[in-house]
Design a protein around this ligand. Structure first.
Ligand code: G6P
Length: 362
């Protein structure tokens, strides 16, 4: 009913709009005196201190959160991380070096492939840690250690708030691990607390996403490009479009475009460029010029700090306190773009064809 949807026409929109509040829940009690409260992370310090390598396993949107997690953990804590889709990992013959931690990320905690991956790690005597939303789920019970994302129930099949809370918990984890290694970043920990407010402000300013969506709803293909964290975000952005708007979408590492995908850019092909990684912004901007030169319609999701002439046809400007904290913020316009595009196409937003909220059988 309308009441269950909090007055919104769809659960997805409700879940997008409640993200700032949910982010506060995910951060609650986990930050104190500019430090991550490590005991809240569910992984004993005695275990964390022995971790030399992390293998993340997950499916779908949770896999995309894992890609962001890898970059944050590697950059902040300097621990090498690999991310694999669970359906591949479970049938692989993983080589576990001493000091490996298997980390499973899942909203439902019931995804068959993710559970099988954790069971495989168990059999091989490797400790397992779950980043999960659903309290008391099978994954939470079967993993050695667990941290909850506290997103609350997510009803729409396309994941939104579960994803961004995964991003926040992975950021806390990266910052906490960094602290344990004497590489703490009190500045970033402090900035984390400002994300709910920044998200709230941004959500009130995204009317222009509707215009982009109206145009996108008439297209056949769309490409998402970015570098680093923006590439990981691009992958989640394209998944949302496929899932609910049924438009062919692809994410590309911006620098890899010229090795093939550039051939597909025609007059009017939309390209969504995400540019929050300040250090490589110039590189991505030159990639935007390349697609523009082939006739693309370029839409930018741009960090306000990136200035200069950015050759996009439409832009959404976001504020982020630091590029490492940009993903959850930049996810908001990407989610709304998918949402509005599906609405303009008249699709069943909350229950897309052929998809299930959680895939509990193979
Ligand atoms: C399904 C859902 C996705 C989700 C994936 C993993 O495919 O439709 O939205 O990302 O499963 O689910 P999990 O519950 O493990 O995060």
């Amino acid at each position: 009913s309308q009441a269950e949807r909090g007055g919104y026409p769809h659960f997805m929109l409700k879940e997008i709009m409640e993200q700032p509040d949910v982010w506060s829940d995910a951060l609650l009690g986990r930050v104190q005196n500019q430090r991550v409260v490590w005991r809240e992370m569910g992984l004993p310090a005695s275990v964390a201190e022995t971790v030399r390598r992390i293998r993340i396993v997950a499916a779908g949107t949770a896999y995309h959160a894992g890609l962001v997690g890898k970059m944050l953990i590697e950059r902040l804590a300097r621990i090498p991380v690999e991310v694999e889709v669970a359906s591949e990992f479970r049938y692989s013959t993983p080589i576990f070096e001493p000091g490996t931690l298997v980390m499973a990320i899942s909203q439902s905690g019931e995804t068959a492939d993710t559970l099988a991956s954790v069971r495989l790690a168990h059999e091989l005597g490797v400790p397992t840690y779950a980043v999960v939303n659903q309290v008391g789920s099978t994954l939470a019970r079967e993993s050695d250690y667990v941290v909850y994302t506290h997103a609350g129930p997510e009803i729409a099949v396309a994941s939104t708030k579960a994803y961004t809370t995964q991003l926040l918990v992975l950021t806390l984890l990266a910052l906490g691990l960094a602290d344990l290694k004497g590489r703490g970043r009190p500045d970033l920990v402090q900035h984390l607390l400002s994300l709910p407010h920044i998200g709230q402000t941004l959500l009130g300013q995204l009317e222009s996403v509707r215009q982009m969506a109206e145009s996108l709803s008439l297209k056949r293909d769309v490409f998402y490009i970015g570098r680093g964290l923006d590439y990981a975000l691009a992958m989640e952005g394209q998944l949302k479009i496929k899932e609910i708007a049924y438009i062919h979408a692809e994410a590309y590492a911006a620098g890899e475009l010229k090795h093939g995908t550039l051939a597909l850019i025609e007059d009017g092909t939309p390209v969504v460029a995400i540019v929050t990684e300040r250090d490589v912004a110039e590189k991505t901007i030159s990639n935007i010029l390349e697609v523009k030169a082939r006739g693309a319609e370029a839409w930018g999701i741009l960090d306000r700090q990136i200035t200069g002439d950015i050759p996009v046809d439409h832009q959404i400007v976001i504020d982020t306190p630091d590029p490492l904290l940009a993903p959850a913020i930049a996810a908001l316009p990407l989610q709304l773009l998918a949402y509005w595009t599906a609405v303009f196409r008249g699709e069943d937003v909350d229950k897309p064809r052929n998809l299930a909220k959680s895939v509990t059988v193979e």
